[in-house]
Design a protein around this ligand. Sequence first.
Ligand code: PXL
Length: 276
Amino acid sequence: MKRILTIQDISCIGRCSLTVALPILSTMGHETAILPTAVLSTHTMFSGVTLRDLTEDLLPIAAHWKKEHFTFDAIYTGYLSSPKQISIVKEYFRDFAREGVLRIVDPVMGDNGKLYTGFDPSFAGQMAGLCKEADLILPNLTEASYLLRQDYRPEGYCEADIQKILRDLCRLGAKKAVLTGVSFHEKELGAMSYDSVSDTFDAYFTERIPVSYHGTGDCFASCLAGAILQGKSMAESLRLACDFIAECLRCTMADPERRNYGVNFEEALPLLMQTR
Ligand code: PXL
């Protein structure tokens, strides 16, 4: 069994970050260690959010783990709330990502062309510094535009445009990049990857399901990280993560009680059980 450490916040309600990463990675058969960076009453799309910042706890936790000689097969980071947390994650990479430990960075910062509440372009610069140290980064188009300091365009990309963005993302320093929210046809949506070592691209698309829910990116990143850790190729991992998200969206749409946040990923977990 592989052991993965995931570093992100706990949003108590809203189905994102650790509350989706933990069940998804566990379902995929991985021992999942967590490092909660903050506890929020909900994710930041609600107003009146409470936040308990756990930055002060992160280094003492690392010191204890070092003493116990804990090791991981992969470290996967998601939402981080400050430049200080980014620099602490770099310390975790130094201390716990020896040769062969996969460093996966989802540079969670924004969507639909905008940064999430609490972030500014200088934070994106810090996040680019973390991406430099990663083996694999997983931005959406909005995050890619902030990482690369380029204008955001929601659509109208051809394959060569996306390939250029992916090459530029790897020039930040990461070995591989996966770009989500990629579409070359109105009826399809998916993701494309680039491996800068082998200079190869992979892509996978599903039917476009015309809804958008919060936390979908976290579900995608968790599933992709889980699949790579299962030893699947990038092409297989992209396919599984895109199919899983499409199923999450279908389940959410079919739920008459659906709330305006998070996806019903719980109903799509059986798809992942079969992958172990
Ligand atoms: O889904 C990304 C995410 C994670 N954590 C928190 C968030 C968001 C997006 O808004 O606010 C706290």
